[in-house]
Design a protein around this ligand. Sequence first.
Ligand code: C5P
Length: 228
Amino acid sequence: MNRVICIDGPSGAGKGTISQGIAAHLGWHLLDSGAIYRVLGVACQDRGIAWDDSREVVAVARDLAVNFTPGDDGVRVTLAGEDVTSRVRSELGGKGASAVAVIPEVRAALLSRQRELAIEPGLVADGRDMGTAVFPQAPLKIFLTASAEARAERRYAQLLARGESVSLPRLLDDIKERDARDSERAASPLTPAEDAIQIDSTALSIDEVLQKVLGLAVDRGLGMRGSD
Ligand code: C5P
């Protein structure tokens, strides 16, 4: 099944919102690959395993009992039956994800789990390496960016709305630190695929980005259910 749209880019560029919007519009499945790395970080924490203990982290990755269930207020994440949604979405959840994601064997262990989700009628895959490593044959790859300042402000508003107290300057530092770690790691670094279309969302609304991506999908003959 090759009907895959990849939405890659740095934290806070709007990938999650755009991916959800496109999946909903097309009636396609959604892969939030960051959530898998986040759950892995949480699972390691629960077992007292350090995020840089490659051997142990890989073992946890190989039999990660995670489930994503769509609900009224977004996707609920359960780990071995326990609801870990808020931990997974927290800033600490993001830090753990970015720490375990640098381990090449972890990325390899999670490849087939992600590829299995490319099923009819199609998949919107949100992440960092969807277009470069997980679905290199995808017919549409978007690399979504925005300035670090714009991304920090969006994240700030999101966390405030969720009742988490955070400081904007600290968020900006965290975003820059995570960008550096994601871009500089040896295994699947954050970089646009050669055939990715770059969209800078700094000055665009969610709807403007959504329309752009949907337009590109239509241009490529994607999105008409049942078509090849
Ligand atoms: O997208 P999200 O913020 O949930 O991702 C959390 C972290 O997981 C990222 O900062 C990145 O380090 C890692 N990640 C990754 N590859 C992906 C998705 C996420 O390395 N495909």
